[in-house]
Ligand binder design. Structure first.
Ligand code: UD1
Length: 338
């Protein structure tokens, strides 16, 4: 089985590449390295003993995509490529809509021309918008609070409509909750540009001394300790969910949506305290005002993925904190030559 991973050099893509290679798949990565390092390929090879085939291209470049599809014979595609920073998407929305929609449309047209009928898409729990209640179930109403989220929402729509019109298509939409952690080798992990927006990379950069203190955005939410509650999921568990999704896509047509989360909500202070305990590092923090656009609680009901895909998150918060730190301390400057 040959699988194309668009954006396969990114955080979730690289962990998924490792799991697919370990499961015996032939992995091809297409990435423009806009927000990823070419050194990821070396690291994947060190972990698995196999170097994925690489195409350095923009997924919105139809000619380059056609040339790749002409050369390779893909059985399925996992589509990760896209811009993903919430704040940036509010500042430059047109770039987000252009990039995140163009890539999907070009990819889908290219798949159609080449008779490739299975696609798994990287969606996000962000499409639940401001939820009326938790845990979140796939059938709940969707809406968004920022352009990044709307691009996920619109891509879900594009893929769903394409599968309605073409009875041979198989679309699996995976709604990720909050991926953290890293491969246990410490060779691949999350490598944000500039000052991190997300909680765990911020904590690890405080731990490694790159940032002085964490700001905790609000302690007056209606949650047990007042700080925001999220469903943090180990990126290796998340990557394994893609294997199950590809198997599902191979056996079904139409569109199916799955939450990929643990079903457990942890607060910001739970994460800080667990990180400190597991790694024996103090994380100094200050309580700051709420961050605009944040919600109090967001966690999954993962029952559908458990039952239909036979997938379940297995790694706990201790492992997530241990592996995030292992990656950061071994790679204080991110991806650099060994
Ligand atoms: C964010 C995005 C979401 C995206 C997801 C994955 C927003 C509003 N949402 O989710 O659309 O899919 O990342 O990239 O940006 N926190 C702090 N201090 C920090 C950073 C975060 O207290 O320095 C808190 C937040 O208020 C929140 C929790 O930590 O309660 C998690 O935040 P974060 O990691 O940014 O993820 P989300 O906001 O859930």
């Amino acid at each position: 089985m040959k699988v194309l991973l668009t954006g396969g050099a990114g955080y979730i893509g690289s962990h998924t590449a490792v799991e697919f290679i370990n499961a015996g798949y032939d992995v091809v990565i297409a990435d423009n390295f806009d927000n990823a390092s070419p050194l990821v390929l070396d690291r994947i090879e060190r972990i698995t003993g196999t170097r994925p085939t690489l195409y350095e291209l923009d997924v919105a470049d139809a000619a380059a995509m056609d040339a790749m599809f002409d050369k390779e014979s893909f059985d399925a595609v996992v589509h990760f490529a896209g811009l993903k920073a919430v704040g940036e998407s509010c500042a430059i929305p047109l770039k987000y809509y252009r990039n995140n929609l163009d890539t999907t449309l070009t990819l889908m047209e290219c798949m159609k021309r080449h008779g490739v009928t299975r696609i798994v898409f990287s969606s996000s729990a962000t499409v639940y918008g401001i939820p009326e209640r938790v845990p979140l179930v796939e059938g709940m109403p969707t809406s968004c609070t920022n352009p990044y989220g709307w691009t996920k929402y619109m891509n879900e729509r594009i893929l769903t409509d394409a599968a309605t019109a073409d009875s041979e298509l198989s679309v699996v939409l995976l709604r990720y909750f909050n991926p953290i952690g890293a491969h246990e080798s410490g060779l691949i992990g999350e490598n944000p540009n500039g000052i991190p927006n997300n909680l765990m990379p911020y904590i690890t950069q405080v731990a490694v001394g790159k940032l002085p203190r964490l700001g905790v955005f609000g302690n007056d939410y209606p949650t047990p300790d007042g700080t925001g509650v999220r469903d943090y999921i180990h990126v290796v568990d998340l990557a394994r969910g893609h294997l199950k999704a590809i198997e599902y896509a191979a056996a079904h047509t139409g569109t199916e949506i799955f939450n990929l989360g643990t079903g457990i909500g942890y607060s910001v202070l739970d994460i800080v305290n667990t990180f400190s305990r597991v790694n024996d590092i103090d994380i100094p923090y200050d309580i700051k005002p709420r961050r605009a656009g944040d919600i109090a609680e967001c966690y999954a009901d993962p029952k559908k993925a458990n039952e239909v895909l036979g997938w379940r998150a297995e790694l706990g918060l201790d492992e997530m904190c241990r592996d995030s730190w292992n990656w950061q301390k071994n790679n204080p400057g991110g991806y650099t030559l060994d």
